[in-house]
Ligand binder design. Structure first.
Ligand code: AMP
Ligand code: MN
Ligand code: MN
Length: 347
């Protein structure tokens, strides 16, 4: 079997075997070992879909003591509130105290685990991820930066464990794959991505319904909010060595005014990054008084993961993020200052 990406640079067979043996060594059943799954704070479709898809796979293998969780407030974006396997999801306070094994999904660095970093003390910690910036903080690492989504690593592990894909697992993994490839549009949309998508769709799931639910449905207030946030965007054509930067921001007051939850802002990076005059797109989203979640996107001239890592965050070459402090203008000034150093000159 090849790695999920089907290319070199992925996971070694020794690492796959270590993960398979660790899971096979666990005792199933109601008195069996406790298995804790974790994904990153503010979970997205890949984090939740990968984790819940794997959780369901563990249930199919006869493991009954399986819990999934994520750090921070126990609130899911509405589009993910129908995912199969949600009955296995618990608030972080209900995570097992001393699980026999911890599996971590879509987490590039310990900072994304919040209070759940305590779980790294477990006897066995397996990290499934696809961020190039992954800091390899666990015991076994199934990390392939060429994989478009963590769900490809989950597929690789479930396959090696002999778990067949059923429609429930497939729906979780499809949501994960479709989210992280931007509906099969982004650069890592390899033959292996479409091959996995084909196997998922073959289980009988309905891609049209799933896509409408997770990408093409939003409250009226969210649309009006988008109008304001996009309306205040600024274009800085001289940034990034003349490749250009477009940026905008959204405050907690904006969310209040339209009675919206913070997750509705995440999708707004897509219209921002569509601006032809800018290689780099920045969306600054208020999280607290002086704290902002920042989304960075590049069309190719800039490696935005370098900018994000320099500012304490992480991500991929063309999509990254970090937590910024100060005013939106100050946060964007920090990004701008780092852009010229992060030009790749490869395109
Ligand atoms: P987002 O802009 O939130 O869609 O995130 C884009 C990419 O950047 C994802 O791969 C995230 O995992 C990563 N990312 C976003 N925010 C952070 C952060 N604060 N720390 C590390 N990685 C981040
Ligand atoms: Mn993610
Ligand atoms: Mn991901």
């Amino acid at each position: 079997m090849t790695t999920p990406s089907g290319e070199p640079g992925g996971v070694t067979e020794a690492e796959w075997s270590a993960a398979v043996e660790a899971v096979r060594g666990l005792a199933p059943g109601p008195d069996g070992d406790e298995i804790q799954l974790v994904c990153h704070v503010n979970p997205d479709g890949d984090a939740l879909g990968s984790m819940l898809g794997f959780a369901l796979g563990m249930r199919r293998l006869g493991f009954t003591r399986v819990r999934a969780t994520f750090p921070g407030e126990f609130e899911l974006p509405v589009p993910y509130q129908n995912l199969p396997g949600l009955d296995l999801l618990v608030p972080q306070d209900e995570a097992y105290a001393r699980p026999a094994i911890v599996l971590i999904f879509d987490v590039a660095a310990v900072s994304r685990l919040g209070d759940l970093r305590r779980l790294l003390a477990a006897p066995c910690v397996i990290v499934l991820d696809h961020h190039a910036s992954n800091t390899r903080f666990g015991g076994v690492h199934l990390v392939d930066p060429r994989a478009a989504a963590t769900s490809m690593m989950v597929d690789g592990l479930l396959g090696r464990l002999g778990v067949p894909l059923d429609a429930q697992i497939a729906e979780c993994l499809y949501v994960a794959l479709a989210t992280d490839t931007g509906s099969f549009k982004f650069e890592l949309t390899t033959p292996a991505v479409h091959e996995l998508a084909a196997r998922l769709v073959a289980t009988g799931i309905r891609p049209g319904d799933i896509s409408r639910r997770i990408f093409d449905t939003r409250p009226f207030g969210a649309m009006k909010l988008a109008g304001e946030v996009l309306g205040r965007a600024c274009l800085d054509p001289t940034a990034a060595g003349g490749r250009g930067m477009v940026w905008t921001y959204a405050t907690l007051a904006d969310l209040d005014r339209f009675d919206q939850r913070p997750y509705v802002l995440d999708a707004l990076i897509d219209p921002v990054r569509s601006v032809a005059e800018a290689d780099v797109a920045v969306l600054v989203k208020q999280a607290a008084e002086n704290e902002w979640g920042v989304s960075l996107r590049s069309k190719g001239a800039v490696d935005v993961s370098k900018v994000a890592v320099a500012l304490g965050g992480g991500g991929h070459r063309l999509a990254a993020g970090f937590t910024g402090y100060g005013t939106p203008g100050e946060v964007v000034a920090q990004v701008r200052a780092l852009l010229d150093q992060s030009l790749t000159f490869s395109t």
